[in-house]
Design a protein around this ligand. Structure first.
Ligand SMILES: [Zn+2]
Length: 354
């Protein structure tokens, strides 16, 4: 029986399986899906299927399949931002260069060395420089036998439409939280409570959940960021502005990190909304359910909805290159005050003047 390692993604897998059986493979694929959803796993699986020595590929066990899994197969190459900077100090490049694509083209012009097919996986295809994308386009327009290109991308709008049109497009949607949870339990032996939390925090991206299961740093970081969020909700304007300035300063170097913080905020406020409408079972931050239940009492539904919209708008404005400090300060100003806090303030007021 063939062993596709990728979890879920039945549509993409069955399409590829059919193409393999009928011998009707495309010479280029574009795998679209969020980070850590399984694009690389599926790409490597396809490379295994193409070079597997067993009767029902990919077997996952033959020498060829194992070499590919360990990235040691001479005919399967991964091209990306870090493909030749293995040392930790090597600064990752900002884009995939035309030189990398030229090297790939040269390699593609040679016959397979040990397998049946040459497979080139372009990881983070949206990071192709314009020249590199144009250079790759030529290759895609003139397919050669026994060579398959697999492009991986999170956002196809960042790719030239000419490149997209030359590939067979396969979409890898996020998995259901229950699917991630089951995979963590059965495939990775993660204890049930942790699996449940990670599955929800992963937003359907199993790869993230697996990383977080083995690297406690990721959960610790989230805990710190959540604590900071709760502080900021109760903080005065001065502290909120200082926090906005801090995030804005980070933004120029690490956009992804700031977007990650906004996503965390979004999850938190969506959870408050869910608690408010008695859907506690659906919340993401299950390890903080007691806090969520308590905090939800301080807001009405409209306040929560408005702030969720504001977080989403801020994220969109940042993506459109608005001034990060302005966007984040505006967001900080719009944090709704909870009824609990207002009561405390008025009590203080009475004490001061009474
Ligand atoms: Zn095999």
């Amino acid at each position: 029986m063939s062993m596709w390692q990728v979890v879920g993604q039945t549509r993409a897998v069955s399409l590829l399986q059919h193409s393999l059986e009928r011998g009707s493979l495309a010479h280029a694929y574009l795998l679209i899906g969020p980070a850590h959803v399984g694009k690389m796993t599926l790409a490597l699986n396809l490379a295994q299927a193409l070079n597997c020595q067993a009767s029902e590929p990919p077997c996952g066990e033959c020498a060829s399949c194992q070499k590919i899994a360990l990235a040691k197969h001479a005919d399967v190459q991964i091209i990306g931002l870090t493909s030749d900077g293995n040392s930790a100090e090597a600064k990752p490049r900002a884009e995939i260069s035309i030189d990398q694509i030229r090297q790939m083209q040269h390699s593609a012009s040679l016959p397979p060395f040990e397998g049946r097919y040459k497979v080139f996986i372009v990881d983070g295809a949206e990071q192709l420089s314009t020249e590199a994308a144009n250079c790759l386009l030529k290759t895609l327009e003139e397919p050669v036998g026994k060579v398959i290109f697999i492009l991986l991308a999170t956002n196809e709008r960042l790719l030239p439409p000419t490149v997209v049109s030359r590939c067979q497009r396969l979409e890898l949607p996020p998995l259901a939280a229950t699917e991630v949870e089951a995979a963590l339990n059965s495939g990775w032996g993660i204890e049930p409570q942790k699996a449940k939390l990670l599955a929800r925090l992963s937003h359907g991206c199993l790869g993230w959940a697996i990383s977080a299961a083995y690297d406690d740093g990721l959960l610790q970081q989230r805990a710190q960021q959540l604590d900071r969020l709760l502080d900021i909700i109760n903080a005065d304007y001065e502290e909120r502005f200082a926090y906005a300035a801090q995030l804005a300063a980070q933004f120029s170097q690490n956009r992804g990190w700031v977007q990650g913080i906004l996503d965390l905020w979004l999850d938190w406020w969506r959870d408050l909304l869910l608690v408010k409408v008695d859907c506690n079972d659906a919340i993401i931050n299950i390890d903080r359910s007691a806090t969520l239940i308590e905090k939800a009492k301080g807001y009405n539904l409209a306040q929560i909805r408005v702030f969720i919209n504001n977080i989403q708008a801020a994220g969109e404005q940042l993506r459109l290159n608005a001034n990060p400090q302005l966007v984040l300060e505006t967001l900080m100003l719009s944090i709704p005050g909870s009824r609990g806090e207002m009561r405390e303030t008025s009590v203080q007021f009475e004490v001061n003047y009474g």
